[in-house]
Design a protein around this ligand. Sequence first.
Ligand SMILES: [Zn+2]
Length: 311
Amino acid sequence: MERLADRLQAGEVLVADGAMGTLLIERGLPPGEAPESLNLRRPDLLEEIARLYAEAGAQIVGANTFGGSPARLAMHGLAGEVEAINRTGVEAARRGAGEGIYVAGSCGPSGRLLKPYGDADPDEIYAGFLRQTGALVAAGVDAIYVETMTDLAEARLAVRAAKAASGAIPVAATMTFDRTRRGFYTVMGVDIPAAAAGLAEVGADLVGANCGNGIEDMVLIARAFAACAERPLLIQSNAGLPETVGGRLLYKETPEFMAARVPELIAAGAAVIGGCCGTTPAHIRALRQAVDRTMSGRRPRAKETREGTQA
Ligand SMILES: [Zn+2]
């Protein structure tokens, strides 16, 4: 299989998968249970989700390892299972996705606040990310996603660890931004220029945003990255912001609504487009069709910087 890095280098735009957590909840993940415990207990569910996304046209599927760092697993009494949880998560995704599909290991926040905001020691958090990403690399991932980060210092520790675990596979780093009156910021106060520069500096091969926004704000975020980022973008949008209906969280953006914004994402430099919370295989199918339509007769990917880019 052609290396993922080569395809990105050649200017291809690839489609990633959609939400994992919301599909696991639909399949009966008990509240409060670590989703990653299913890697050991119910790998068949993860295999099924990877298969559904691959059949929908995803070219990269994520392993169910978002909370697979030792600090995060320790909150569920699973710190001793770091290697097993990350390995079985990758294996389930690989079995489900089948031939010709890339598997990305997900590496989310540690769940601890770094000093000086909290009591977590950066060296300890780095060592934890190194242990997790080392397990992902040993299991044969094609890429690592550092994702849903809000603290730039923590995101940088994770990227450094992932690059130390393997210099050979792409490492993508995305942060989660909220719309404020002054522009887009993470909850820890990181803006898009700071994220773009700070993540690239430690070696992220792709930068961008996941979660926290629907597709319209993600287009604005992508343009803001395009104005300052030297790296290709990974954009994984929610299917809108959740609304509580009858005690359940509902995400209301339809596949067609999200897919209609794909040309703008590509124009802003998105190299990998996927979904986050609330997206389903139907959303990914629509995104893939939109990417194929946009890219037919138009390659390689061109980065356009625009006037009036807003953050
Ligand atoms: Zn999300």
